[in-house]
Design a protein around this ligand. Structure first.
Ligand SMILES: NC(=O)NCCC(=O)O
Ligand SMILES: [Zn+2]
Ligand SMILES: [Zn+2]
Length: 480
């Protein structure tokens, strides 16, 4: 087993910072100290650098099927996990959506095997709870997945015609989740309102890509967040709202947390760093920005940052669902398959490689959050919420050696051409960022060495997770 000594860096955890050496033996961090005279097979000089836990992206869609499994996202588990490493992310949590003709259990087993064969970093899988019309005995499979595969988070859709659940299904699912110690995730938009507004826009001839925003109003998201909180509270289930995009929706979370409700919110870089104004005038190319909930007006961003700093929003994940603009030979039509007609544009945007860089730049360099809160949002909180802590999400003795050595001075321009995700555009194209991962370790494997990727990275591992560690929300000072 290889030993590694990372010397002289500033270790940044969610709780605080300390300058010390880190000793790794095989897969595990075995020592943190100063002046210890440790010997190791390799030594990394981290003076002037930050030593942080590897990023955990709790929301990705790699080779994710859409449109009744006729199309999928362009990054597979191999390309996506490689892109993640280049961005300082060492763990991702993806989803299993029941395939037609298979049960949820069967689909899960197959998808886990696919990801195990391809991913170079560790990963977990959330189960998507299908409507009972698609699988009547789905609760049996959910029980089994939780007991036998450590699937301690389930996602409920409140939108998308083929996937959305009614309130009765939500209540029953969340009730079972609470009983099993599972965290309930919701995609919170009122699907009926989205469908109606889409139809009205089509009838009025307003189908250009940028009209997507108008079919997904703030009220539709805020209403669904409010309803999800009411339903989860009724059955005493902890709740995690994915991809919160609207300030109004984030306020619903803040108010619920102020009442002591066990609710958490996630937002995404695309809602903080890009805005409707960036794609309003792009014509068909605005397809590259289409995701749900939508990328909203710039005036919405400040409130999201405030909620991130104050605590109503607890994590930043990407919702990475990459598609190409041009048509790759081996994939079905992607973003531009219906130019000028947003209802048929695949939903989703890339960002797995960019998450840490973009949030460091706008958050830490921009003076909105400190490095400890950055680590909290990017690694520690997702690890705690999704049953991975303290194995992951911290640089501590006994934790997995998932480590990022971060150069806070490194200057870089984000470009699709130099990125590793399998897509041909980048939402952050041309953005200058200060701060880059220079070394990335995943369970001690040196996957990025001074920016150079390992030739033979070896496999990532499926993470059977423990019951979600959802503590009573400790409200940050500014939330009280
Ligand atoms: N967000 C999005 O537009 N696509 C990915 C699927 C989802 O999370 O809703
Ligand atoms: Zn969603
Ligand atoms: Zn998603």
């Amino acid at each position: 087993m290889t030993t590694t000594l990372i010397t002289g860096g500033t270790i940044v955890n969610a709780e605080g910072q300390i300058t010390a050496d880190v000793l790794v033996d095989g897969e595990i961090i075995v020592g943190i100290g100063v002046g210890r005279r440790w010997q190791a097979d390799q030594e990394i000089d981290a003076r002037g650098k930050l030593v942080m836990p590897g990023g955990i992206d709790a929301h990705t869609h790699l080779e994710y099927p859409i449109d009744a499994f006729t199309t999928q996202t362009s990054d597979d588990f191999a390309t996506g996990s490689r892109a993640a490493v280049h961005g300082g992310t060492t763990t991702f949590l993806d989803f299993v959506k029941k395939a037609p003709g298979n049960t949820l259990w069967e689909t899960f087993v197959e998808r886990q095997a696919t990801a195990e064969a391809k991913s170079i970093i560790d990963f977990g899988l959330h189960a998507i709870v299908p409507p009972t019309s698609q699988q009547a005995d789905v609760h049996d499979d959910l029980r089994r997945l939780t007991a036998e595969r450590g699937v301690t988070s389930w996602k409920f859709f409140m939108a998308y015609a083929a996937q959305m659940l009614d309130d009765g299904e939500l209540l029953a699912g969340m009730d079972l989740a609470r009983e099993l110690g599972v965290l309930s995730l919701v995609h919170a938009e009122n699907g009926h309102m989205v469908s109606r507004d889409t139809d009205l826009l089509i009838a009025a001839g307003h189908t250009q890509e940028h009209y997507h925003l108008q079919a997904h109003g703030h009220e539709q998201e805020a209403e669904a967040v409010h309803r999800a909180i009411v339903l989860a509270t009724a059955v005493d289930a902890p709740l995690y709202v994915v991809h919160v995009s609207s300030a109004q929706a984030a306020t619903e979370l803040a108010q619920a947390r102020a009442r002591g409700a066990r609710v958490w919110g996630e937002t995404c870089p695309q809602y903080l760093a890009t805005a409707y104004e960036d794609y309003e005038g792009l014509g068909d190319a605005a397809a590259g920005y289409i995701c749900s909930p939508p990328i909203r007006e710039r005036s919405n961003q400040d409130a999201l940052w405030t909620h991130l700093a104050a605590g109503a929003l607890s994590t930043v994940a990407t919702d990475h669902a990459a598609f190409c603009m041009a048509q790759p030979d081996d994939l079905p039509p992607q973003k531009l398959r219906s130019p000028g007609y947003f209802p048929k544009t695949p939903n989703g945007v890339p960002g797995l490689e960019d998450r840490l860089k973009v949030i460091w730049e706008l958050g830490v360099v921009g003076g909105r959050i400190d490095p400890c809160r950055f680590v909290d949002l990017m690694a520690a909180s997702p690890a705690k919420l999704f049953g991975l802590y303290p194995q992951k999400g911290t640089v501590s003795v006994g934790a997995d050696a998932d480590i990022v050595v971060w150069d806070p001075e490194a200057d870089h321009i984000v470009r699709a051409a130099t990125s590793h995700s399998r897509t041909d555009y980048n939402l952050y194209e041309g953005m200058r960022v200060t701060g880059m991962p220079v070394h990335v370790f995943s369970r001690g494997r040196h996957l990025l060495d001074d920016g150079v990727e390992a030739a033979d990275p070896g496999p990532g591992r499926y993470l059977a997770r423990t019951a979600s560690g959802t503590p009573v929300p400790s409200r940050r000072k500014s939330e009280r």
